[in-house]
Ligand binder design. Sequence first.
Ligand code: ZN
Length: 353
Amino acid sequence: MSNIHNIELPKKVIIGSGALSRVRDIVEEITNCRGSAVGIVTGENTYRAGGALVESLISSCAEPKILLVKTPTLSEAESVAEKIRSEGIKLVLGVGGGKAIDVAKYAGYRANIPVISVPLAPSHDGIASPFASLKGTSKPYSIHVATPYAIIADIDLISKAPKKLILSGIGDLLGKFVSVKDWRLAHRLKGEYYGDYAAQLALLSAKHVLKYHEIIASGSSEGVRILVEALISSGVSMCIAGSSRPASGSEHLFSHALELIAPGRVLHGEAVALGTVIMLYIYGDPLWKKIKKVMSKIGLPVRAEELGLSSEEIIKALTIAHTIRPERYTILGEGGISREAAAKILKEIGVID
Ligand SMILES: [Zn+2]
């Protein structure tokens, strides 16, 4: 493995109540307000929740082109990239939750133009990361793309997101308690590059949400701001590491496995939070009990039935998690967990009966 990597950070992070009003300034900075075509990648609902507002705010400076996405598949992202090229779009904004931002990041990267991330939900740390998670690729995990040029996080808009998505954001960040351990393990056992600064930064985001879980889960704008800052910081840890290593370990492998077994039935951050409890338990780290308690308190599902899953589905996900990304060494090792051990672990934690 080469010991050289690029650190690409976002140039601007604009966060706060009413931050969206600054979107025109950023568009001007990149396009000089020459009426260039600017793409707005958004979904049908997210268009109403924020996309339309972005469209009207930039229309005096650029020519907005709405690029609607239905599902975040590789082929849809490729066709957005194609539209960017054929319509001479100079800049693309991803306005929405995971879907729109992932498609914008991928399409912008493929068409080699800057991307602005405008999150409307605080549900995952892809807001600021150089990774896009798309369906229909040969791999069920994220693809390395470019870091967004800017992130505009309007806390007024993001605070309107459903509570489930706020809790999912907490869950995605709790995962860093495991991913950082896995990274260190891979460094020690496999000689993989490890950067302690990036690791500590990712870990900080997990500690931060654990400390402030009550205020975040209350859905207040102060809490949502704490969560969004931590999500951005976790994204930046991936920029510094040059890989998703600090933010994605065995807890994410488990979540990807669950997504393969029960597609679209569990939110990313919910699955990651459950994976975190399981992997901490396997590590023998007593923190698993505290995390589980906090999850129950704030309403993050812990039990199979709360997730709408059968015991068998969760056992299966745990036994196949190590196969999702074989080159990513984690506590699951190369051979993974046997069915019997998985069932025993899940019973001991109280996920299944
Ligand atoms: Zn994640």
